[in-house]
Design a protein around this ligand. Structure first.
Ligand SMILES: Nc1ccn([C@@H]2O[C@H](COP(=O)(O)OP(=O)(O)OP(=O)(O)O)[C@@H](O)[C@H]2O)c(=O)n1
Ligand SMILES: C[C@](O)(CO)[C@H](O)COP(=O)(O)O
Length: 229
């Protein structure tokens, strides 16, 4: 029986902050493109989602060649990326026709997500409509407005990661809205459509590869990660 779980893995960015010629999702982690680890995390979890990879059309041929070169065979559907993360997610979502679907959206550049967190997110979204992975701030936090800083209550602050997982109807309503620059993630889009967002606890190790140093940090974390059975 086919799964009603889906994941839209967004890999349509150009990685300006990484400042590498090749978009960061294709950079090597211990000798393999880091996006491979991302797909493998979802393929290896118990929820067994259908995997949709969203990528700029200029890189489709490169991706197919890379999969072939490395013998990477994790099944997935390839979809064209958009001009922003919002448009890439929307393109991926529009390929899903199953209205019972539970859909995770995940950054291709978060290759270290624990399978246990992915499964918990699908279960929670199935029961409560959505689940957004987040971690508590380890540092004290301050807000600056017009040059004046003030302390925030740390216990009220969560740092949001992906996966962000939703039942079909919530993502449908969310991504029908016009694009707004305040949309930084899927939770902000779904919230703007009127749905309260449920946070579930993630791990600090679920880092997003954003800057050059993140590659070395991810390789170190990977060396400490237990390998799958
Ligand atoms: N048009 C876009 C822009 C971003 N993304 C994806 O959204 C995720 C998170 O975005 P970010 O880390 O900001 O990636 P980039 O946009 O590539 O990086 P930068 O902001 O430094 O340019 C990444 O997996 C990226 O590939 C996407 O699918 N389509
Ligand atoms: C979606 C995200 O990873 C949640 O933390 C984040 O908002 C992506 O932000 P970016 O500005 O595209 O790096």
């Amino acid at each position: 029986m086919s799964s009603k779980n889906y994941v839209i893995i967004v890999a349509g960015g150009s990685g300006t902050r990484m400042r590498s010629a090749l978009p960061k999702q294709f950079l090597p982690l211990n000798g393999r493109p880091l996006i491979f680890y991302t797909l493998e995390a979802f393929a290896g979890c118990n929820s067994k989602p259908n995997i949709i990879v969203v990528m700029h059309p200029d890189y489709h041929e490169y991706w197919q060649q890379t999969c072939s070169d490395y013998g990477f065979t994790t099944p997935h559907t390839l979809v064209a990326g958009g001009s922003t993360r919002f448009h890439s997610v929307k393109n991926g979502f529009e390929t899903i026709i199953d209205k019972d679907a539970v859909i995770a959206v995940h950054d291709a550049v978060r290759p270290l997500t624990a399978t246990e967190v992915i499964d918990r997110a699908y279960q929670h979204a199935n029961l409560h409509g959505n689940a957004v992975v987040a971690v508590k701030s380890r540092d004290s936090v301050r807000r600056v407005i017009e040059g004046i800083s003030s302390a925030l209550r740390r216990e009220e602050i969560y740092l949001v990661q992906t996966p962000q997982t939703f039942i079909y109807s919530q993502l449908e309503a969310a991504y029908m809205q016009p694009y707004n620059e305040s949309f930084t993630d899927d939770a902000s889009v779904v919230e703007a459509a009127g749905y309260p967002i449920n946070l579930i606890e993630g791990n600090d190790t679920n880092i997003k590869i954003t800057f050059p140093d993140d590659i070395a940090i991810a390789e170190l974390l990977l060396s400490k990660k237990p390998s799958p059975l």
